[in-house]
Design a protein around this ligand. Structure first.
Ligand SMILES: Nc1ncnc2c1ncn2[C@@H]1O[C@H](COP(=O)(O)OP(=O)(O)OP(=O)(O)O)[C@@H](O)[C@H]1O
Ligand SMILES: [Mg+2]
Length: 293
């Protein structure tokens, strides 16, 4: 009679072990330090005048300065494009706006108020971000397009956003449409599909500040062109920061800034920069002498 109960005991052990492993990850998460938010300024909506004044930044674990004395001015409603080599600091400049890190020195202000003074949630609710690394949650496509305070958005609006992001065609073909689960961090979707979900999310969010970090890099030329039209519509009259390696996508930006080793080495419009015949002209000539794909 001992055999069965002993076997059952080993079953209990496996349940206990699972529970212990899960508690480790849950308690590690609970022990994480909360984001510091000393900001007190509350605003209904931001206009989107962004100014960088001699802003410097170093990642906490890095040895070298990542950004050095960035000075730039982006009037509300205009588009700033950041170009430059890989690792030059473009994404870092973009990620400091929603305060993913605190700046070390200098000033970054929106509508004349230092971003550190805004309440974190209000600052972020005014920014729509399509990150270089799209983050998706293990939920349905609908949950991933409309999350946070957008949760209660109607299906109609979600579908409209998906259409504008050129994502509706592939969503429709999935077995469960908007209710399809995307897997842990969206592993069940392709890179281009994930990017389009992120763009749909940004379109739905409809925030005054839009950040597009390589938003269409994983897409084929045809899809890119289709989305670019939607993005151009979205960017009109909205403060936009666009980062792209493919220069053809940012030629129309009001200001183009060339970032090199954490510094802005040139800025101006497309034609001004070409006339200067400097770093931008060189990048431009390199790309356009290559045979188009
Ligand atoms: N979380 C981090 N911690 C430490 N260093 C980082 C971190 N993220 C980026 N860096 C470093 O900061 C520098 C700028 O990185 P950043 O991602 O801003 O470059 P980028 O211009 O966006 O490049 P890419 O065109 O490849 O996206 C790089 O040298 C990089 O190694
Ligand atoms: Mg980057």
């Amino acid at each position: 009679m001992l055999g069965k109960p002993i076997r059952q005991l080993t079953d209990v052990n496996s349940i206990l072990q699972k529970g212990i492993a899960a508690s480790y990850s849950i308690f590690d998460f609970l022990d994480l330090q909360e984001e510091v938010d000393k900001g007190k300024t509350s605003v209904e909506s931001i206009k989107g005048n962004i100014e960088w004044h001699s802003m410097s930044f170093k990642y906490p674990n890095a040895e070298k300065q990542t950004l050095n004395k960035i000075t730039l001015s982006l009037p509300a409603g205009k588009t700033l494009a950041l170009v430059g080599r890989s690792g030059s600091g473009k994404s870092t400049i973009a990620n400091l706006i929603p305060r993913f890190y605190d700046i070390d020195d200098g000033l970054l202000s929106i509508d004349g108020i230092s971003i550190n003074d805004y309440k974190l949630t209000e600052l972020r609710s005014n920014i729509a971000l399509v990150n270089q690394q799209v983050v998706l949650f293990n939920g349905t496509i609908r949950d991933n397009i409309a999350y946070g305070y957008l949760q209660n958005t109607s299906d109609k609006e979600v579908i409209e956003a998906a259409k504008a992001a050129n994502a509706w065609d592939f969503i429709q073909e999935l077995d469960h449409g908007l209710d399809t689960m995307v897997g842990e961090n969206g592993v069940l979707l392709s890179g281009g599909q994930r990017q389009r979900i992120a763009i749909a999310r940004a379109i739905l969010k409809n925030a005054p500040i839009l950040i597009l970090d390589e938003a269409t890099s994983a897409l084929d030329t045809e899809s890119e062109r289709a989305i670019q039209t939607a993005l151009d519509g979205l960017m009109a009259n909205r403060t936009t920061i666009a980062i792209a390696h493919r220069l053809s996508t940012i030629e129309n930006a009001d200001i183009i800034a060339v970032v090199d080793h954490g510094e802005i080495i040139e800025q101006g419009s497309h034609s001004e920069l070409l006339a200067m015949n400097g770093a931008y002209a060189q990048l431009h000539n390199q790309q356009f002498s290559e045979t188009p794909v």
